[in-house]
Design a protein around this ligand. Structure first.
Ligand SMILES: NC(=O)c1ccc[n+]([C@@H]2O[C@H](COP(=O)([O-])OP(=O)(O)OC[C@H]3O[C@@H](n4cnc5c(N)ncnc54)[C@H](OP(=O)(O)O)[C@@H]3O)[C@@H](O)[C@H]2O)c1
Ligand SMILES: [Zn+2]
Ligand SMILES: [Zn+2]
Length: 347
């Protein structure tokens, strides 16, 4: 084993503490990555809050990071020490099922290995995330970071970005589309930038009217205030695609009513059981869908698209020692629009 350092929970405590962490020695197809920048995703917050009781195993969050290859296993041919790379929330999959063969490793029938709190397919250990100085992973699940993408602002592309990219792309969003993005946070602001870059007429649905200027700066034509019944009624049946990134449980009815005939609500923010009034689908033949993360080909395509169109996250970069402050502010919707941790202070 090799030792690094990172930020982890202990027992049921929510505050992360700096701690030494063990990483495996490199397998033939592994690379070691010095983690430079790691985004703070709302999923990290959900995961920390789901820990309860002193018996909870430690958690090291972080599943969207960029860094530099420091070492390669003997079978690795695509990477060399010094290469800039990006890593998302999947670090392995079975490689054999129909989903993996189709390049949709995110839907692997044997379940993909998650970057943290996942189970390593070979040694059964629990994976520890990117809030740490070093990460060791299978080479196939690291992506070359395209030149021209700022490594700190690109880190959130690897979870927030790919999660909204796959549905935009799979639903055929382009210049003829009208798209609305519900919830202007980490995922939401990247969905707006990507939809705009794809040529779609894009709007934001938000409970925060004070985000209207930002929405326009990001390229949206309007911000619809979700708590204003008149504004919501005026937008009825308007959007071919609604990307719902809201992080809390909520009624889907008001958002389905904004979907155009034969259009789709992609509900990917708050995962879990929902209640749907079928009449909200029946009237207008509407579709309800979801999405999460991305396969290897889509992730590589998303990075190329972002490099070509200059799409990265709006980030507030903090030394990693401020991780607890970042999580606290994220919980209070006080982020414009993604915290990214600079891990250099762990040296
Ligand atoms: N499907 C996946 O694979 C996947 C991947 C990554 C993240 N996620 C999930 O996606 C969600 C968003 O993540 P994020 O990192 O973008 O979070 P975030 O930055 O906190 O953004 C969430 C946004 O949702 C809105 N919101 C929050 N609480 C709300 C409430 N009670 N009612 C209505 N709106 C509310 C806010 O937007 P406004 O102020 O504009 O209303 C907020 O900015 C999280 O639940 C996360 O776990 C899913
Ligand atoms: Zn995430
Ligand atoms: Zn598989």
């Amino acid at each position: 084993m090799r030792t690094t350092v990172g930020w982890r929970t202990e027992g049921g405590a929510r505050a992360l503490r700096r701690a030494p962490l063990e990483r495996r020695d490199l397998r033939p197809d592994d690379i070691a990555v010095r983690v430079d920048y790691c985004g703070v995703c709302h999923t990290d917050l959900h995961a920390i809050h789901a820990r309860d009781g002193a018996a909870s195993p430690p958690l090291v969050p972080g599943h969207e990071f960029t860094g530099t290859v420091t070492e390669t296993g003997r079978a690795v041919t695509h990477f060399s020490a010094g290469d800039p790379v990006a890593v998302g929330n999947i670090v392995d999959s079975c490689g054999e099922c129909a989903m993996c063969r189709a390049g949709q490793e995110n839907f692997c029938h044997a379940f993909p290995t998650l970057t943290y709190d996942g189970v390593d397919r070979h040694d059964g250990s629990t994976t520890l995330g990117g809030y740490s100085r070093e990460y060791v992973l299978r080479d196939r699940f690291a992506y070359p970071l395209p030149a021209g993408l700022d490594p700190a602002a690109a880190a959130p592309l690897l979870c927030a970005g790919i999660t909204v990219w796959e549905p935009l792309w799979a639903l055929g969003v382009g210049p003829e589309s009208r798209v609305a993005v519900a919830g202007l946070g980490g995922l939401g602001h990247l969905a707006v930038k990507m939809a705009v870059a794809l040529g779609a007429e894009t709007s934001v649905i938000s409970r925060s009217p004070d985000k209207a200027d930002d929405a326009r700066r990001l390229g949206a034509r309007a911000l619809i205030v979700s708590t204003d019944p008149e504004q919501m009624a005026a937008a009825r049946d308007r959007f071919d695609v609604v990307i719902d990134t809201i992080s809390a449980p909520h009624d889907l009815g008001p958002y389905l009513q904004l979907v155009a005939m034969d259009g789709t609500l992609s509900h990917l923010g708050h995962l879990g059981p929902v209640t749907v009034e079928t009449l909200d689908l029946l009237v207008g033949r509407k579709k309800l869908s979801s999405a999460g993360s991305g396969g290897r080909p889509a992730t590589a395509a998303m990075l190329d698209f972002c490099a070509e169109h200059g799409v990265t996250a709006d980030v507030e970069l903090l030394p990693s020692a401020h991780v607890n402050e970042a999580l606290d502010r994220l919980q209070h919707n006080d982020v414009r629009y993604r915290f990214v941790l600079d891990l250099a202070d762990l040296d």
